[in-house]
Design a protein around this ligand. Sequence first.
Ligand SMILES: [Zn+2]
Ligand SMILES: [Zn+2]
Ligand SMILES: [Zn+2]
Length: 425
Amino acid sequence: MKKTFNADLHFHGLYSGGVSKNMLLPVIAEQARYKGLDLCSTSDITFGKWLQHCREELVEESNGVFKHRKFDTYFVIGTEVECKDRIHHLVFLPDFAAAETFRESLMGKGNLDSYGMGRPKLRMSAQEVAESVVDASGIIGPAHAFTPYFSVYAHFDSVKGAYGSMGKEIGFIELGLSADTHYADMISENHNYQFITASDSHSPWPYRIGREFIKVELKEPSFKELCKALCERELAAIKLNVGLNPKEGKYHCTACNVCFEKYSLREARVLRFRCRRCRGTIKRGVRDRILMLADAAEGQHPEFRPKYLHAIPLAEIIQDALDVKAINSMGVQGLWREFVDRFGNEINALIDAPIEELGKVNAKVALKVNAFRHGWVHYIPGGGGNYGKPVICNSKEEFERREKELGEQLECSSASRGQSTLNEF
Ligand SMILES: [Zn+2]
Ligand SMILES: [Zn+2]
Ligand SMILES: [Zn+2]
């Protein structure tokens, strides 16, 4: 019997740099239940101490799928590595023995156990990393494929090209927080790949883990079934991609790294990527990078491609409804907990539960969730390292009114603004 799993297959444990000290398996496993995630990656498995932690905390449930001793969350063994081509890769492995084999193949090619190296930097090409993964019976694909640093499309014009003779082994790409299906499918090569949406979270709280995830259908929870689901597109086993709107990504628009002024790519080139306001560096945005490579008609998708749902974490919706500054304030967290207790987990409350039922917990939040489900949300796009921001409206009327009010703020760069700048030169 097939079952659908909510899976978040990319985050980092506490031994990675800049990660919450709470990123430990028991906390992740418990918080994943509140979020409504069924399946996670262990992440960071090549780091010796984390590997040890995983061995102690997880028990094998069936064929390459593990469970935490205390909680029901499933885990598969996985990691992220950086190669000398400056690409990040997502890797999944069948069991602990394979993790040891893979780790050994990297020995002497990177500082696996230095503090902060949960995601090791390897002196290996993308092709060599892929060879090591396949030798360990694992699967590999590029992580956050479109971000301007450390991604396949930052440095190569095609995924296949980046992996050399191992290009044929690639079955999936991770979209990353800055892209969605709409953008990724504008590059026709990507019609060959399945898309993973995952959080890349550095903290375990449910407004971080699972902020991006996939709904994936498996015959049974096993590594083999997961491989098939991620790599064999004719199965169409990925049923839904859930993720942030790419406009929320911090490199969506081309913008100044210092003052975040946004530019059109044409304008940035005229200015030789120097900000006209502060002389900071202008960083090319994901949107413009994709438009440079785009060779497929907008809105064209392969048959197996699932829908992409733009989601906003429930805590952010509550924060907005209550109009408070801190997402971890007692008010927001208390109400979040009430919703989760009432509806079982966050994903159910956010996506599936009837609005009338949500209204019994809090009317203002129910109104915002209703608006979110209708798509009455504007986004002020991010860029230059500054996150974008959703503007959640309460009704269709408000949505239309705010669109007029926000005007140019909703664009990466307006034609008029670009024009006036060009006139200055
Ligand atoms: Zn990465
Ligand atoms: Zn990562
Ligand atoms: Zn600037």
